[in-house]
Design a protein around this ligand. Structure first.
Ligand SMILES: NC(=O)c1ccc[n+]([C@@H]2O[C@H](COP(=O)([O-])OP(=O)(O)OC[C@H]3O[C@@H](n4cnc5c(N)ncnc54)[C@H](OP(=O)(O)O)[C@@H]3O)[C@@H](O)[C@H]2O)c1
Length: 343
């Protein structure tokens, strides 16, 4: 008998008002290299919100199950699958076919939550190679924060940032990516400066280990504060989530030959940027696109060794999905917003 698979869909057109619960069925037979996963949690990324309102990819085919992040338990495996067994706790990877090294055009199209269905569903079928093991000390809700924000921050800090004890990292804002970057940078012994629009969030960031906090709403020349906190040298690495609206200041806040990890465009995606600072200061502007499965496994090893816990701000239930998206949009959150259900 067919088993019901409830999913959330962006139904016939974009917009949070068009998010709907729909019934699908769990496939009775999965392919020999596939794994059926009973999903129990997802976390929201800004990308998921942009996807839902049609701004990420207006040509995305609908209906679409949103949310690239997820976590759950293996229900059954195909006949060729040796790596996984029923009961294993797993996390689907963001770009399903990006296994290692740099991505190609096809692997960048293999992403969950658009163009392919994401994790806001009770059961998902994934290629056996599209999963990583959940760190034992994490709940599924915590594990569901790692796939996009966690891995992006890890690659910015570790792979591209080359951060070591004594380095200085500047994170912009206190969203998911930035707080993961704070945690990884502290793990590596770096000094961390955090900006936020809220003094209360800055105080929370200091409890997580941030050394300095700057309120970018009241300190419009925050790049000067960054220089002051770095003995006028500038930061070694900037976690740039603002994009066009913050990049000119980040160029002034980074040290010569330092790195700006260009991750997000919360403050604009188009710019008339002066190129002189890049040229005259040897600044490296490094775009970051989440990461590969091999990166994910390296990150999970560091998370397990350090018993690191992601910062979950608030958890919503299965029936509260539109509220969860609205909460993310409001910008009130500190770290990650998750949705959990029984599966
Ligand atoms: N390239 C990639 O692979 C990748 C991966 C993940 C995310 N991203 C992108 O990175 C960005 C952040 O993602 P996220 O998931 O961390 O988002 P998020 O959790 O929604 O974080 C948003 C936070 O950013 C801060 N912020 C907003 N506008 C800002 C500004 N003008 N200057 C400084 N900080 C500002 C705010 O912090 P305060 O409330 O503290 O002010 C806000 O709460 C998004 O654009 C997302 O699409 C890209």
């Amino acid at each position: 008998m067919a088993i019901r698979n409830r999913v959330w869909e962006i139904a016939n057109s974009f917009g949070l008002e068009n998010l709907r619960i729909k019934d699908r069925v769990v496939p009775e037979n999965i392919g020999p290299n596939e794994v059926l996963v009973r999903l129990t949690a997802t976390s929201l990324n800004y990308r998921d919100y942009l996807m839902a309102i049609g701004q990420y990819n207006p040509r995305q085919k609908l209906p679409l199950v949103p949310c690239s992040d997820g976590a759950g338990v293996v229900e059954s495996v195909g006949s060729n699958v040796k790596k996984w067994k029923t009961g294993d706790r797993v996390i689907p990877i963001f770009a399903q076919s990006w296994q290692d090294g740099t991505p190609n055009v096809d692997s960048l199209r293999s992403t969950l939550g658009g163009p392919n269905d994401g994790c806001l569903m009770e059961y998902g079928v994934f290629d056996a190679q599209g999963l990583v093991r959940t760190p034992d000390h994490l709940t599924d809700a915590e594990a569901a924060t790692l796939g996009c924000a966690g891995l992006t921050a890890y690659n910015a800090v570790v792979t591209f940032g080359g951060i070591e004890p004594g380095s200085t990292v500047l994170t912009l804002g206190t969203g998911g990516v930035s707080l993961f970057a704070l945690q990884f940078a502290k793990m590596l012994g770096a000094k961390v400066i955090v900006t936020s629009s809220s003094d209360e969030k800055l105080a929370r960031a200091k409890k997580l280990g941030a050394d300095e906090g700057i309120n970018y709403s009241t300190r419009s020349n925050w790049e000067r504060d960054v220089r002051k906190y770095t003995d006028m040298k500038g930061a070694d690495l900037i976690i740039e989530v603002g994009g066009a609206g913050t990049l000119p200041k980040s160029m002034m806040a980074v040290r010569p030959y330092g790195t700006i990890a260009l991750i997000g465009v919360l403050a604009g995606g188009e710019s008339n940027l002066s190129l002189y600072p890049i040229l005259m200061q040897g600044v490296k502007v490094q775009g970051v696109i989440v990461g590969s499965k091999a990166d994910f496994e390296r990150m999970n090893s560091a998370i397990s060794q350090n018993k690191m816990k992601p910062v979950v701000d608030r958890s919503f239930g299965w029936d509260e999905v539109p509220d969860a998206f609205a909460y993310l949009r409001s910008g009130q959150h500190f770290g990650k917003v998750v949705i959990e259900w029984q599966g």
